[in-house]
Structures are given as structure tokens and as C-alpha cells.
Design a protein around this ligand. Structure first.
Ligand code: 8Y4
Length: 277
């Protein structure tokens, strides 16, 4: 059975760099011209782009978890992501993760080939933990503060590094007691999820304390508002370059998995890092 710990260890040993998780958004607005969902052509093109860029894990998501995004009913999320997961799994041997917090979506996605559940809600939904325990897949537990709708309304922490680390270790402990193997748990500080730029900076600086733990660490900063805020620019070009720099810095801090939109650019940056460091 697939173990994310073994996967990241092998990647580091063979290529000297972290695992690259590429984002595959399956939402009508990301793949259509005016609301009409286009499959498989647009999805196929994106998967081929991710493959050509050197992706290790494809993260399939059908509901935007951005602050203020519209929630998607279960039936629609299933209709969006399950055919896509099945399609990728039958054509490529790339590891697939499913970005969802809904146990029903997890279960159906696992049935068609998903090996990692990427849950921004850290398996807190009723039944979510059971699905992962019973299927033996790996899981990414992410920290977020507050509910999706309100998490960016001036979040406050006493000590953001401490609070995030304690939350993640508590969730990992819960998962292990429920029967999830240690080598199948990924931790993620959740950049931008209930955090100001100052919180995100503090968490990034404190990444060493997370990578010293026994779990693989995943970082997702790609194209996020924190990058735009640092650059005082929302241009795509700036966000792509800024994100690649952040991925390299995360790798130098020992981060095992980077979740990115721009796989080709990230892999190039990591190759330069590996060669020169
Ligand atoms: C432009 C495009 C600007 C996308 C912002 C965004 C994480 C995650 C997301 C993360 C893990 C996003 C699903 C937010 N972020 N999963 N998911 N870690 N594990 N925003 O940081 O990409 S969605």
C-alpha cells in the first residue's frame, strides 16, 4: 500500500528535492467559456501540462475553499471530480490526491484510485476520519483558523507558530489512535487560511520546527494573496516568480511537499537550488 513517507523519502534520495503536488481545479469557471463544463478536453490539456512539467502528485479539487467562495453541493462536487480522478488513474501512474473535506467525496475518489486525501478541514467532518482509517490511504491534515467564510476577518493568535503546531500534533495523535499509520500522515500549516501576512511570515520562518517532526510537511503558498501582498502586485507573472522562490525557500527549510499551480516553473527553480546548494 502507498505510503507518503516512503514516497517523499525516495524523491529526496533520488532527486534531492521535495515532491511537487500540482493543482488541478475542476470547477466550471476554471474549465469553461461561460459556465459550461468542458470535459475531458480542458482537463486532459491541464493533466498533460502537469505531467510535462514534472508533477509527482496531482491534487484534484472540485470546490473552491478560498475565503468567500461559493459552496458546492455534494452531488455536484461528485459529478465534477470522480470522472476526472477515474480518467487520470486509468491513463497515468501519477499519484492522485483529492482536495475535499466531505467523507462521501473521499470514499468515491478512493474507490477510483486516489491515494491521498488532502483535507483543509483536517478530517474534522463527521465520518471523514473513518473513511481514511478504513481505506488505508494517506492524509494531509491542514491547519485553518475559523470557518471558511469568516477566517480572513482579522484572525488573532497569541503565538501563531505554537498554536498551529499544537493543533497539527493533536490531529495527528487523533488519527494515529483511530488507526492511521504514522507514515501516512502529512502536516500542513495552511498558509492563508485564517492568517494575516504577518502570521504567514511567522509560520514560514518557523517551518524548521515543523520539518523537525516525524511527519512529512506540505506547504501551499502558490499564487496566494500573501505573495501578491509582498510584491504589492497582483500580476500573474509576479505571483509565479514569487511562488517559485517561496517553494525553493520551503525546500531549503526541509519541507517535503510543495503544492503549486506552476509545476514547470517550480521544478526549474528546485533544479537550480539542488545544483547550486
Ligand atoms: C490563486 C489561486 C490564489 C489559488 C489563491 C489560491 C492549500 C490547500 C488550498 C494549502 C493544502 C489556494 C486545497 C487555496 N490551499 N491544501 N488547498 N494546503 N494541503 N488559493 O495551502 O490555492 S486552496
Amino acid at each position: 500500500m502507498f505510503s507518503i513517507q516512503k514516497f517523499v523519502d525516495r524523491k529526496l534520495q533520488q532527486d534531492g528535492m521535495p515532491v511537487v503536488m500540482g493543482v488541478l481545479n475542476v470547477t466550471p469557471d476554471s474549465f469553461s467559456d461561460g459556465g459550461r463544463f468542458v470535459f475531458p478536453k480542458a482537463v486532459e490539456a491541464r493533466v498533460i501540462e502537469l505531467q510535462a512539467g514534472g508533477v509527482d502528485i496531482i491534487d484534484v479539487g472540485g470546490e473552491s475553499t478560498r475565503p468567500g467562495a461559493i459552496r458546492v453541493p455534494l452531488s455536484e462536487e461528485l459529478e465534477r471530480v470522480i470522472p476526472v480522478v477515474e480518467w487520470i488513474a486509468t491513463r497515468f501512474d501519477t499519484i492522485i490526491s483529492i482536495d475535499t473535506y466531505k467523507p462521501e467525496v473521499m470514499r468515491e475518489a478512493i474507490a477510483v484510485g486516489v491515494k491521498i486525501v488532502n483535507d483543509v478541514n483536517a478530517l474534522c467532518a463527521d465520518g471523514a476520519m473513518d473513511v481514511v482509517v478504513n481505506s488505508g490511504v494517506s492524509v494531509c491534515l491542514m491547519h485553518k483558523k475559523g470557518a471558511f467564510e469568516t477566517m480572513q476577518d482579522s484572525p488573532v493568535y497569541d503565538d501563531v507558530q505554537f498554536e498551529v503546531r499544537e493543533f497539527l500534533l493533536a490531529r495527528a495523535g487523533c488519527c494515529e489512535r483511530a488507526g492511521i499509520a504514522t507514515d501516512k500522515i502529512i502536516l500542513d500549516p495552511g498558509f492563508g487560511f485564517g492568517k494575516t501576512l504577518a502570521h504567514n511570515k511567522s509560520l514560514f520562518q518557523g517551518l524548521d520546527a515543523l520539518t523537525a517532526l516525524k511527519y512529512p510537511i506540505l506547504v501551499g503558498v502558490s499564487r496566494k494573496r500573501m505573495i501578491a501582498e509582498i510584491l504589492s502586485s497582483t500580476s500573474l507573472h509576479g505571483r509565479i516568480n514569487g511562488s517559485a522562490v517561496a517553494a525553493v525557500l520551503a525546500a531549503l527549510k526541509g519541507v517535503n511537499i510543495v503544492r503549486v499551480h506552476d509545476v514547470k516553473e517550480t521544478v526549474s527553480a528546485l533544479k537550480v537550488m539542488k545544483s547550486l546548494m
